[in-house]
Design a protein around this ligand. Structure first.
Ligand code: F6R
Ligand code: MG
Ligand code: MG
Length: 371
């Protein structure tokens, strides 16, 4: 059997231009140098460096498996170097997501976000890489659910017999540090009961079920790092990423993209404290602006072949998504008018890691009892 391939996407916000808007091209150059050296040294098979808004994104292929200390350390050192450069360039929030001084085996818990997929390559292996800015990991719940469980999105769940068995979802309770698995379609309602609460229950991975070519392997993976829980205070939203395999018994690439065909509401946006529409964008619009947003998703498509990355295709650079962007902009107009009122501003319990506790504290002695 040929060696398994691992696709790793590790990302961090290590400083940006014009506030929290965009990554400086010099940081990307530096990351390319660093990963290029690792490719020459035989650690990586291939890589692609890009950004999503103010997040530096390292897309890497190798044969060292998920959670490889070597690959994680490489990403950590790359971010450290980029953070130093950000400091030297006078960028905003230089080093923001690097929450500790020393690396310890894995980037999880240290600030950067990561999603990884380890698999036996099929004859041809199409993958989609999704990167979001100004939102949280649970924002992936709805589109990933639609891709792998909703026949109104993914026609293949009905038409392709290979997909009739459905998919298995691994859901993490990121507040309770525990996980549970649900088999769909039969446990679809149980799954939905949890993943609708997207600030707490997040889809971590999706697996193919018995009888599928990819049986038992992860076919989608989402970063679930929650910066607020690591740092205990607001240090920016997590700006999550996800990897999705597609075609030949998995959702077709077009079905994977169809999941983003309407601007659904997500938590994040300005100060990580507001609900707003998710807008799918191509590279041309891959930075935030209005009210530090609205939240956006940027997607790249590749073929993974002998652990090399062939591509990419700029997945949302298509006029067919203009109506989604337009509807999203109209929704942004609508919801912005609520200003500091819910449901635009997040409810109190989701504000606990922002400056809200300080504001609460300020008036704590002025409350008079009504009892
Ligand atoms: C959201 C985000 C921005 C900042 C905002 C204030 O994730 O990064 O909306 O929260 O620009 O930033 P500071 O507090 O750095 O002035
Ligand atoms: Mg930022
Ligand atoms: Mg960001």
């Amino acid at each position: 059997m040929p060696q398994k391939t691992t696709l790793s996407l590790i990302k961090a916000d290590v400083g940006s231009v014009a506030g929290h808007q965009a990554v400086h091209p010099r940081l990307e150059e530096l990351a390319r140098e660093s990963l290029g050296d690792a490719k020459s040294a035989g650690i990586l098979k291939d890589f692609y460096v890009t950004h999503c808004g103010d997040d530096l994104e390292l897309i890497m292929t190798h044969q060292l498996g998920a959670d490889s200390a070597k690959v994680h350390e490489l990403a950590w050192n790359t971010f450290q170097r980029a953070a130093k450069e950000a400091e030297a360039l006078g960028l905003y929030a230089a080093g923001q997501d690097l929450l500790v001084d020393a690396f310890s085996g894995n980037v999880r818990g240290l600030g950067p976000g990561s999603a990884e997929l380890e698999f036996q390559e099929r004859k041809a292996e199409p993958v989609a890489v999704f990167m979001m800015d100004k939102t949280e990991p649970g924002t992936f719940n709805l589109p990933i659910y639609r891709m792998f469980a909703d026949p109104f999105c993914t026609a293949g769940l009905i038409i392709d017999v290979a997909m009739h068995a459905g998919f298995r979802f691994e859901v993490w309770d990121i507040k309770g540090s525990r996980r549970v698995f649900f088999n769909c379609p039969e446990e679809m309602y149980d799954l939905l009961a949890f993943i609708g609460t997207k600030g707490q229950y997040v889809i971590k991975r999706v697996f193919a079920r018995a009888g599928q070519v990819t049986e038992g392997e992860p076919v989608a993976s989402v970063s679930t790092d929650k910066l607020a829980h690591i740092a205990g205070k607001y240090v920016g939203k997590d700006d999550p990423v996800a990897l999705v395999r597609s075609q030949s018994g998995l959702p077709a690439m077009g079905e994977v993209l169809e999941a983003w065909s309407w601007p659904f509401m997500a938590a994040g946006w300005n100060r990580g404290s507001h609900n707003g529409p998710v807008i799918p964008v191509g590279m041309k619009d891959n930075r935030v602006s209005r009210f530090d947003g609205p939240p956006r998703v940027f997607g790249l498509g590749f073929q993974v072949s002998d652990a090399e990355l062939v591509g990419p295709v700029d997945l949302f650079d298509d006029p067919a998504f203009d109506s989604v962007r337009w509807e999203g902009a109209k929704l942004a107009d609508y919801i912005r008018r609520h200003g500091p009122f819910e449901p635009h501003r997040l409810p109190m319990d989701e504000m606990e890691y922002t400056t809200m506790p300080q504001l609460m504290d300020k008036v704590k002695d002025r409350w008079e009892s009504l009892a």
